[in-house]
Design a protein around this ligand. Structure first.
Ligand code: SAH
Length: 256
């Protein structure tokens, strides 16, 4: 069933107003008509099954027929910090990691980042990335749309480590710890406690990888360097791999 994210203000008492692009999608693409049902989420605390009451090209009024439980989100809140890759690889990272369950993306610039970050174009790219996160979240039936932050410089990224319970620096030079050992505190039972949540930051380098100096400064700032196996993964593969392992280890990949 089609799902749309709306702002909390669009939830009225027993109705939801859908406007803009989403309203156009319902009327033009889905050829919606009164009585048709779809799901809306405010991405914060409300998700509902609704039925179209009235429909125009740029606005749809739908009646709430059932409030839905919001339980699609992992208890382990994983942020993916990705050194800006070339081409449209960042779009792949955002789409796939949204499907798997990441909650935030932090693009950053590191020594071997090839892409020159152009502040003028920044707005457009950031808007595109956020659109991809929204569409992937709708398709994946997420309860929230992952945030895509403004790109950070390396030092800014290091300064953000204290916001997380754990920071993993994905490093293919085999001196890192086993991801499984690092994730021990996040196993399923520890996150079963009601109200328990934990936050993990995963750092992934660009096509050329991280420098030894970056590994040193990241560890100094509190990161643990971890290996993802004896194969060299592409930068756009590494983040989703580490994310899937982390969510598997914390029991978020079914089976609980
Ligand atoms: N330096 C690599 C290319 C870097 S891959 C080479 O020799 O070709 C891009 C990023 O993916 C790396 O910076 C690292 O963050 C991550 N990565 C790739 N393979 C990995 C592995 N086996 N273990 C941990 N991280 C890995």
């Amino acid at each position: 069933m089609q799902r749309y994210f709306v702002s909390p203000e669009q939830f009225k008492e027993d109705r939801v107003e859908v406007t803009g692009e989403d309203a156009r999608h319902i009327s033009k693409v889905m050829r919606g008509k009164p009585g048709d049902a779809f799901i809306v989420s405010d991405g914060v605390s409300r998700e509902a099954l609704v039925e179209i009451e009235s429909i125009e090209q740029t606005s749809v009024t739908a009646v709430i027929t059932e409030l839905l439980e919001m339980n699609h989100e992992p208890r382990l809140k994983v942020t993916i910090a990705q050194s800006l890759p070339k081409g449209d690889k960042m779009e792949t990272v955002i789409q796939k990691c949204t499907e798997i369950g990441a909650v935030t993306f932090v693009p950053f610039i590191s020594e071997r980042t090839i892409v020159q970050y152009d502040a003028k174009k920044e707005g457009k790219r950031l808007e595109r990335w956020r659109k991809i996160a929204k569409e992937a979240a709708e398709q994946a039936h997420r309860n929230i749309i992952p945030a895509v932050e403004q790109p950070l410089a390396w030092k800014q990224l290091l300064g953000s480590f204290s916001h997380y319970d754990k920071v993993c620096f994905c490093y293919e030079k085999e001196h890192g710890s086993q991801l499984r050992d690092v994730l021990k505190p996040f196993t399923a039972q520890s996150l079963q406690e009601p109200g328990s949540a934990a936050s993990l930051l995963l750092l992934v380098g660009p096509e050329g990888g991280f420098t030894e100096e970056e590994c040193r400064t990241a560890e100094e700032a509190g990161a643990v360097s971890v290996g993802l196996g004896r194969r060299i993964l592409r930068c756009e593969t590494a983040g989703m791999t580490a994310l899937a392992c982390a969510l598997y280890e914390s029991g978020e990949m079914g089976g609980v």
